[in-house]
Design a protein around this ligand. Structure first.
Ligand SMILES: [Zn+2]
Length: 86
C-alpha cells in the first residue's frame, strides 16, 4: 500500500510503499479507507517542527484522519462492542 512518509533525519517527505498492517489481536479490525485527510498536525510534521518516528523506523506516516468503513467485523469485536455499550 502507498503511504506519505516523513523522514526527519534527512528532512524528506516521500510517497512510499508500506506493508499492509496485519491483524494482531482478535479485537482488531481492518478499515477500508474511503478518504484520508491531512490536518494541521500533519502539516507541522512535514515542516519538521516535531514528530518522532516509531522505534526502529526511519520515518513516520502522516494522514491520521480518515473516513472509513468496516467491511467485516470479527465476532469477538462485536461482542466487545456490545459489552462496552452497556
Ligand atoms: Zn489531526
Amino acid at each position: 500500500m502507498k503511504a506519505l512518509a516523513v523522514f526527519p533525519s534527512s528532512r524528506e517527505v516521500r510517497l512510499i510503499d508500506h506493508p499492509e498492517p496485519a491483524i494482531a489481536r482478535p479485537t482488531e479490525v481492518k478499515l477500508r479507507i474511503l478518504d484520508a485527510g491531512i490536518c494541521g498536525t500533519d502539516r507541522e510534521i512535514t515542516l519538521f517542527q516535531y514528530g518522532t518516528p516509531p522505534v526502529n523506523s526511519p520515518h513516520l506516516i502522516i494522514g491520521h484522519e480518515a473516513l472509513s468503513m468496516t467491511p467485516a467485523t470479527p465476532l469477538s469485536c462485536e461482542a466487545e462492542s456490545r459489552a462496552l455499550s452497556r
